[in-house]
Design a protein around this ligand. Structure first.
Ligand code: 5GP
Length: 116
């Protein structure tokens, strides 16, 4: 069983966060250190540490993360100009919080996908 992170506390509303969406499967909240005018994290309510830990039973949840991303992009007014969805995995991916999360970033041109 994976160790809980601060994101579990955000899901349970035990610590403050700017939650913009929550349903039975996923929670979305603004990143505390936004890298773009819109930077929202979309996470499964179930603790899944990394993409490597996802299983077939999680496919509905992962699909929900995309449909929620689409809905929030529209609400943020960035759907037409465009945005980026990012999921980092483990050290080389730059993952800092070990609770799967999709970054929704946009609101300005984001440049190339990778810096180097
Ligand atoms: P990672 O590098 O794991 O893909 O991204 C983790 C993200 O979580 C970072 O962008 C970081 O700013 C954000 N983050 C870390 N701790 C908190 C927190 O307590 N609250 C919020 N809202 N975001 C957090």
């Amino acid at each position: 069983m994976a160790e809980e992170t601060i994101f579990s506390k955000i899901i349970r509303k035990e610590i403050p966060a700017d939650v913009v969406y929550q349903d039975d499967l996923v929670t979305a909240f603004r990143d505390i250190n936004p890298r773009a005018p819109s930077h929202i994290l979309i996470i499964p309510n179930k603790l899944i540490a990394t993409v490597n830990d996802m299983e077939a039973d999680d496919e509905l949840t992962m699909g929900r993360m995309f449909t929620v991303a689409k809905k929030l992009a529209k609400e943020e007014g960035i759907d037409q100009d465009g945005y980026r969805l990012l999921v980092n995995c483990n050290a080389h991916g730059g993952q800092e919080v070990y609770h799967v999360h999709m970054h929704l970033v946009g609101g300005r041109p984001l440049g190339p996908m990778l810096i180097n």
